[in-house]
Ligand binder design. Structure first.
Ligand SMILES: C[S@@+](CC[C@H](N)C(=O)[O-])C[C@H]1O[C@@H](n2cnc3c(N)ncnc32)[C@H](O)[C@@H]1O
Length: 262
């Protein structure tokens, strides 16, 4: 199997990846929320367009079928002790929230280890309800007892950090993660309209995999998962249907130096 590539193809067919060969899946699928990502809009009209858009409004049944196919391929290629980390958020239709718990239907033969709340500071504003400031990360494992979880690699300083006084200074980061969204002044920022932050993926990759492991992102976008994998000495495989995003990802990857000990 060829490693460290991003295929400009749909992940509905991952036939080139052998069964049980991937350690960790980390991804943020399209949300199918019909947002004009990257556009400034007013009264439904697009005023300004930044970057290349992707189709985020499919017929709901076609969308779910596509996810079902992709996630069943993910499960086929995952090793028996592998895990899948899926970032997704609530939808809002006509002022009503629709949580994405339906995603669990695609992983009913895996075990949900954590439902992580990714909390951030800024986003859409509203005065009709509380402003939305979180997304989910569903963490599923194939084997509920045997799975990689490197807690020590992701511990954070305790509130009362006093190495001179207490023996245990680092703590479990819990299932609520406060991590900034990618803002315009971040070095990692690309023109992809729905980029997730390297810091979020970094915690997942460190906790859920080891050096030399294979990370798969079936919806690679601007290459965030691959960039983090490369920086942390893991291998990556990705799929992305939009050629411009593949080019962005490959340019981003070319700037990262190889980790010598992979
Ligand atoms: C939410 S974005 C992922 C963004 C990515 N996490 C990043 O940090 O840049 C979803 C991506 O999936 C891509 N996509 C949609 N359907 C796909 C499919 N069937 N196969 C591969 N990629 C697909 C879209 O073009 C889009 O770039």
């Amino acid at each position: 199997m060829e490693l460290d590539v991003i295929y400009n193809a749909s992940s509905e067919d991952m036939g080139r990846i052998p069964d049980s060969s991937v350690d960790l899946v980390v991804t943020s699928p399209p949300y199918n929320i019909d947002v004009q990502y990257g556009n400034k809009t007013a009264n439904g009209r697009i005023l300004e367009s930044k970057g290349v858009k992707y189709d985020d409004k499919m017929d709901e049944s076609v969308y779910r079928k596509m996810l079902e196919t992709v996630f069943s391929e993910c499960k086929r290629v995952l090793k028996p002790n592998g895990s899948a980390w899926i970032n997704i958020k609530n939808r809002c239709a006509d002022g009503v929230i629709l949580p994405p718990f339906w995603i669990q239907d695609f992983f009913s033969d895996m075990y949900l280890k954590n439902l992580i709340i990714w909390n951030f500071d800024w986003g859409g504003s509203t005065n009709r309800r509380f402003a939305p400031r979180y997304e989910f990360v569903f963490w599923f494992v194939k084997d509920k007892d045997k799975y990689t979880f490197n807690l020590d690699d992701v511990k954070i300083p305790a509130l009362n950090y006093r190495p001179d006084r207490y023996r245990t200074q680092m703590k479990n980061p819990t299932d609520v993660w406060r991590i900034s969204m990618v803002s315009g002044n971040f070095e990692e920022r690309t023109s992809h309209p729905a980029q997730y932050p390297e810091e979020l993926v970094e915690r997942i990759v460190l906790a859920g995999s080891n050096k030399g492991d294979v990370i798969l992102d079936p919806f690679m976008g601007s290459g965030t998962s691959a960039a983090v994998a490369k920086k942390l000495g893991r291998h990556y495989i990705g799929f992305e249907t939009v050629p411009e995003y593949c080019a962005i990802a490959n340019r981003r990857l070319a700037k990262i130096k190889e980790t010598s000990d992979v």
